[in-house]
Design a binder for this molecule. Sequence first.
Ligand code: BGC
Length: 767
Amino acid sequence: MKKTILAISMAALFFSCAKDNSQDAKMNEFIDKLMSEMTIEEKIGQLNLKSNWTYFQTNATLPEEAEAIQQLKEGNMGAFYGFTNMQQIKQLQEIAMQGKHKIPLIFGNDVIHGFETSYPTPLAISNSWNMDLVEESARMAAKEASSVGINWVYSPMVDICRDARWGRIVEGGGEDPYLGGEIAKAYVRGYQGEDLSADNSVMVCVKHYALYGGAEAGRDYNSVFLSRQEALNGFMNPYKQAAIAGAGSYMSSFNEFEGIPATCNHYLLTEVLRDQWGFKGFVVSDATAVNEIIAHGIGDQQEVARRALQAGLDMDMGSDAFVKTLKKSYDEGKVSEEDINKACRRILEAKWKLGLFEDPYKYLKEGRDSVEIRNAEQLAFARKIAQECQVLLKNNGVLPLKKNAKIALIGPFADNAKEMEGAWAMSHRADENVTILQGVKEALEGGSVTYAQGSYIFEDEAKEESVTYGLMKMFRPDMEFPSVHPLPQSTLLAEAVRVARNADVVVACLGELNNMSGEGSSRSDISMPDAEENLLKALKATGKPLVLVLTTGRPLLLNWENENCDAILNTWNLGAEAGHAIADVLFGDVNPSGKLTTSFPRANGQMPIYYNHKNTGRPHGDTDPYRKFVSCFMDVENGPLYYFGYGLSYTTFEYGDIKLSGKEMDQNGNITASITVKNTGDREGKETVQLYIHDIYSTSTRPVKELKGFQKINLKPGETKTVEFKITAEELKYYDHDLNFVCEPGDYEIMIGTNSNDVKTATLTVK
Ligand code: BGC
């Protein structure tokens, strides 16, 4: 029997390889011929990507004089960014098809957490620890986006971030490279589907390559100072896993690494990405990143374009540096035809793999968008995924709420559709998001809810205005915006206290505005904004049970909140169905199961803070009192307020001890680590069981703990399950000082538990 299965699978493998080879041969033959007919200028034109802001997100037919049309007609465009209207996309594709070589365009877009139906932000989604949901979110977004003709998404963003000051932490999967790698694979599978050339699959663009999340002090676009070893061990795995999963393209990042901007960094773009990981697709620069190499101090436009191309960059987004200078560099013998050919070929290959040469209009089926966009299936999924991203940070029993309770729902986020959205809501319909008030109203059975705004975000109106309208004013300087503090703060506060006093329980909906995280939104102080903090203190003073529902793009400092609130539910930004999903958890229809993928610091000065840190030669416990001459602070303990992997449930789980199938393992062997987990409460619940390892002695220093596996299980009340993790040398490998990826012999601690700070331990010897 086994032999037959083996024979069948060998045959299947042979035929699929043979099919791939014949497909590749066909593609190569086609592209060889096409390129042999193209001039050097036409090839350079393929390396250019632009947007057209004037017509961006309008439904207008593009006029002849539109820059997009002009550049396209001149043959200076291989791809467009930002068009979301099917008619415009069709119009541009038709013009491209009138060109001499009929080379179709690809259309890229920032589809970051859903297209028109917004799902939770990527950071929120990572807190689900549910890879099926990650994959499904990408699949659903691909269906929506492709229905208007978008075939290339600027996602997943897989930058590891250890510093919550960085606003772009909201776009990624948190601080851990193993989890980040699993998430990256799930996104690639979801977006690209089983068949990249299907008309509801889209090509991914993995970003921001590389190490953008390592920006010093969390200040956006700042330099990254990491050793190669630390970069490879702590940050690079998600990019690597995306390549292994077959990602079609990458986006180079804004930051420098080892003194060379990533966009012209040969080590990153060629030696690691292509030579080591075998990536075969193309790399596009981040927006205007080629021109930004000038400000980095590397050279003028001609020089930086040459450097970028020769380092391994294939497409220039928004700088026009390739179209303006590469021909000159070619004439002067500074770049070769081969340099240009390589990049052009990779872009044409992507177009081929998407199936665009066969049918450039394949996505553009009249009426398809109205069927696919924001349909019932999309919205149901938006609610399902939002339920699983929420993290219960504290609960003294006040949650779940009773449906017949008298609830005071207070705060600037309580009845605020737009602010449920999070960063990158370019194509979303943020005003249609379900508010928390709406969700609570619909869920009540016999109870009541009274709403009061309670506060603004900041006490300082000018500060609030700049955060609220800053971005919009950049694009619409001509527009007038309404006041952000129309009433005195004291009026809002007095009303909130009155409403709170009349209720059984107060639910305070506070947090960060969408614009406070995302690109260009670093904060030096990640405290709760002052007006909201003052509101919370006034609500506490009423003596009513106090639940904090947090809407945020990043971890915040929650020391006071943790001491004084009866419960804290961190919802991040949940998107279209936020209000329903929050009510589902608040009233216990859904048992919360999210766990943090980022540490929540106690103080700004602790950042960067991450669970997989090194021990140092003078270690100090996470919660020990201050001692001189050990690695700690005088004024705050070392550990975070909430640990990586932490999150409560309405039920409780009890872990048994770890059982290893063997105490010793060969380099080619494997062992199974197992543990029992029991639901000891009275509700059904989901638990993410986490496996960590630690190499006790190694030729280089190693983190105190590293995540190497996880499983999310469902347990009925009283039910016990045994969770098994297979451990091989692969899980124990790391990049040593010489950058060899090795598993070193010796003793390893194998840890399994409910979060990174609460684990059982066993020892394994590797020979
Ligand atoms: C961002 C990218 C984004 C690109 C296009 C850049 O500013 O860094 O993440 O994909 O713009 O919008």
